[in-house]
Design a protein around this ligand. Sequence first.
Ligand SMILES: [Zn+2]
Length: 264
Amino acid sequence: MEQIWYVFKGNELLVCHSSEARLPTTRDIEVISDKFLKKGAFFIGDRMADEKSNEFWAEIPHDIDLPSGMISVGLREVGSLLGEQVFYRAARAYQLMNWSERYVFCMACGDRLRPSSIDNGKICPSCGAVFYPPVTPAVIVAIEKDGKLLLARNANFPPTRYSIIAGFVEPGESFEDAVRREVKEEVSIEVKDIKYFGSQPWPFPHSIMVGFTAKWSSGELKPDGREILDAGWFSADAMPDLPPGVSIARKLIDDFRRSHGVEL
Ligand SMILES: [Zn+2]
């Protein structure tokens, strides 16, 4: 079995695109392997035991010339180019690479950490503390009222973009609590019938987005004016500029459109 490499140039991933787009193998990246700044392997289930089926990450300098037939693509574009599963793997490689580079010393005693031999964690040889890469949960929710979907314009979005409400989970909150709080804070309404939809790892920088649907329960829409600049109820067949690609935001929005008669 060929070894697969997730090679990053900044936050872009190297992809072979000669005939069809695919991830590079050891042979493809041989000519630049002496330029690697860092490299490592990561666990996929218990597959670390099988050397031949390992998948590897590596980082190359920004100014390097790529081998012919290779391009670098933004991590956000990987899903539309190579499919959702490759995006998830690349996300995992990227997060583990960044974590492994930044977390070098024990936070309890300061000794240099060693990689665990059984998982993606690191162990302190002096005090025995174990550290794992962080994963930060965030909730995202599609809210319906009278057959229309709530879409809002976040201050950080491109000028015409609208999406659904999202936010990080705080300590002591359930996902449902976080949905209720974020919606109340950002657009001042109450929701009910919160139902799980699905989840998606999001490596910017290390989130997992947990998606829900909900129904409007009470209150008038009032954007907070800080994070949310505008918000409104939109019909399935009259949507504004939406988030592209494989994001769970888009999946929730498309699910709403489909269930309201729009063919996609
Ligand atoms: Zn320690």
